[in-house]
Design a protein around this ligand. Structure first.
Ligand code: ME8
Length: 646
């Protein structure tokens, strides 16, 4: 029976379309999954989306849709991108899947009933207008980090998990399983910075927002998003907290490897193992925290138009070229860098010049000299032995790197084989052999050896660049071989090369690529502006919401600058019979003299607020363009002050 291999990616947040960094992880895991399948393992590969939490609730509100509508759209985009780059997952789990939600409720209840979760008090700082809880460290100069207003000390009921109870067992597990955390350097960090100083109990419920899985016995609370998200690794394969787990779960758990980014190692090597211990389940065999793919020149930002997305990259370079670049961009233990220029260079150098050339030259020579027929001419020379030695050693070397999760190095080994084969063409000079019929036996052997080398190399390349490997082999009328066959050189009897071999990899012109990148950037900036203009940032409201705002026409009767501020003007407004003071941030746009006598629009039922020591009893309406220029609003024709606006 085949040995099972269960691997997972982190589940991506559905807060927005995933950039190439998130997509890297899916491609990396895919290459590992395909490699293990080719080695004969019974692989189960799970990926998916992490869909709950306050941030997503807020994003949905800003987009004017329900959280479920929001996550449905983004989860669809994520799945679409995974499919586009060829991620061969067996299961795509969503944390809004009903069976997952049910299991999370059961898990929470089980942990509560056995005493690992208890109800306690969460102490923090509360901002009443924002309805938000903050910890001491989140405050900004002691004020609410969102609105800058005063906060007050408050307590909230919450559920806590007894982390400390399991710390010693986890330390022992680390010691007995030195291979548990990869890279190894992160193990000491977890031990010394978190485990040894002592774990505090973890708050595992929230009541300040609603978009989560309700605690079924206390539905004012939703389950903490990390307890919900981490558990996907067991719920996705059929775990049941009541003891009725599926056969699939029994077969697959514990996971062989969780592949995640370096920023979430702590969640996977401290919280997750402890949750599992509490559930009485074995721990995953390995957690591999890969480095990050970063962009040259700093952070990706939509407003700058420099966010790199897999679909844009694929539209320019093609799927396998993108897979190749990201898989080689990141040596283990390090971050990788991505840019349009670096991609163009690397794809041209390795895919077009090394591999593409090797395949095209070999196929073209077989066509030219032997009408496409490839067979061993039986004339060998010592140089062949060196080629064969490199080709036959490749599988072992690649396997060793893959066992250590050194995917970039594994690809380097495969390209060593292709480079060696190119050198063999230079050494044997087939075009010279072709000049004299008496050398045709040797010429046949040379082309045969090249074809064997290529097909073995492409078979090894298959897990990384599946489409290109198959397409390349097809040019020689062949299929890629199974890994079991890679220990032999000379399996090929004879074959016929395709008459019109297609170019395997294009060579890209940096100027053309840059022009396309600029086009993509411009589209991104425009889409970003449009979403702002469309008011995508604000939720739709009903007329009853609008009716809550009291707007009136006012006349400015006096105006002065506020001494302590260079932004604020203090306006005295006449609103019918009434007179009011309003402070407004328009000092850079208007002088006090200009304002006197003007008619404008004021919100009259806004709660008074103190600005620079002056109480403002309303707010005047202004328009602001994208350059930050201001214009206050006035009625289109003269209207007496106090007139209502609706
Ligand atoms: O962390 N390069 O989701 P996420 C490489 N939902 N990897 C990157 C990256 C980059 N530039 N940026 C992010 C979450 N990642 C949680 C996971 S698992 C139970 C819950 C990686 O969408 C990141 O490290 O923010 C993580 O492994 C994955 O992409 C998803 O990130």
């Amino acid at each position: 029976m085949k040995e099972k291999f269960y691997l997972t990616t982190a589940i991506a947040y559905t807060s927005g379309k995933p950039h190439i960094g998130n997509t890297y992880e899916a491609i990396l895991s895919d290459a590992i999954a395909r490699f293990k399948r080719a080695e004969g393992y019974d692989v189960f590969f799970q990926t998916g989306t992490d869909e709950h939490g306050q941030k997503i609730e807020e994003k949905a509100k800003a987009a004017g849709v329900t959280p479920k509508e929001y996550v449905d759209k983004v989860a669809g985009e994520i799945k679409g991108i995974w499919d586009l780059v060829g991620v061969s997952y067996d299961k795509f789990i969503r944390t809004t899947d009903k069976d997952h939600e049910l299991q999370i409720q059961k898990i929470f209840r089980k942990l509560y009933e056995q005493g690992d979760i208890y109800k306690g008090k969460y102490e923090g700082w509360y901002c009443t207008p924002c309805e938000s809880f903050w910890t001491e460290s989140q405050l900004n100069d002691g004020k609410c980090p969102d609105c800058g207003r005063e906060v007050k000390k408050a307590e909230e009921e919450a559920y806590f998990f007894k982390m400390s109870k399991y710390a010693d067992r986890l330390i022992k597990y680390y010691e007995e399983h030195p291979e548990f955390i990869l890279p190894i350097s992160r193990k000491n960090e977890m031990l010394n910075n978190f485990l040894k100083p002592g774990l505090t109990d973890l708050c595992v419920s929230r009541s300040s927002f609603k978009w989560g899985i309700p605690v079924d016995f206390d539905d004012r609370h939703v389950v903490y998003v990390w307890l919900d998200a981490l558990s996907n690794y067991i719920t996705g394969i059929g775990y049941d907290a009541d003891g009725n787990s599926t056969e699939q779960f029994k077969k697959l758990w514990p996971a062989d490897v969780h592949i995640i980014g370096k920023d979430i190692i702590r969640f996977h090597t401290i919280y997750w193992p402890i949750f599992l211990m509490a559930l009485g389940l074995p721990l995953p065999k390995k957690v591999y925290g890969h480095g990050w793919l970063l962009q040259e020149g700093g952070k990706m930002s939509k407003s700058k138009g420099n966010v790199m997305y897999a679909d844009d990259l694929v539209s320019v370079f093609g799927k396998d070229a993108v897979r190749y670049y990201v898989l080689t961009a990141m040596p283990q233990d390090n971050d990788g860098v991505i840019s349009w220029e670096a991609m163009t260079e690397k794809i041209n150098a390795d895919l077009a010049n090394v591999l593409g050339n090797l395949v095209n030259r070999t196929a073209a020579m077989s066509n030219k000299y032997f009408g496409g027929k490839v067979e061993d001419g039986g004339v060998s020379e010592p140089v062949d032995e060196d080629l064969k030695a490199v080709v036959l050693a490749a599988y072992g070397k690649v396997k060793k790197k893959m066992d250590d999760y050194r995917v970039s190095d594994a690809l380097e080994e495969i390209f060593t084989l292709f480079r060696r084969a190119n050198k063999y063409i230079d050494e044997t000079e087939p075009w010279k052999l072709a000049k004299d019929e008496s050398n045709f036996g040797r010429l046949k052997t040379v082309l045969y050896n090249l074809t064997e080398s290529i097909v073995i190399g492409l078979s090894l390349l298959y897990p990384f660049l599946p489409d290109s490997a198959v397409k390349g082999a097809k040019q020689f009328g062949l299929d890629v071989r199974s890994f079991g066959e890679l220990g032999k050189f000379g399996l090929l009897k004879e074959t016929t090369v395709s008459k019109e071999p297609e170019i395997l990899f294009n060579r890209f012109d940096i100027k053309e690529v840059t022009a396309k990148a600029e086009e993509i950037a411009a589209k991104q900036v425009a889409a970003n502006e449009k979403s702002k203009e469309n008011g995508d940032m604000k939720p739709q409201i009903g007329i009853e919401d609008f009716a809550k705002i009291e707007l009136k026409v006012a006349t400015v009767v006096a105006c002065e600058k506020l001494e302590k501020s260079n932004k604020l003007l203090k306006l005295s407004l006449k609103i019918g019979e009434e007179q009011r003071t309003v402070v407004s941030g328009i000092a850079k746009a208007y002088s006090p003299e200009y304002m006197v006598g003007k008619k404008l629009v004021v919100i009259t039922n806004l709660k008074p607020a103190k600005l620079c020591g002056v109480e403002s009893q309303g707010m005047i309406l202004c328009a602001e363009n994208k350059d930050g220029e201001l214009s206050f609003l006035s009625p289109e024709r003269d209207m007496e002050d106090g007139s209502e606006i609706f």
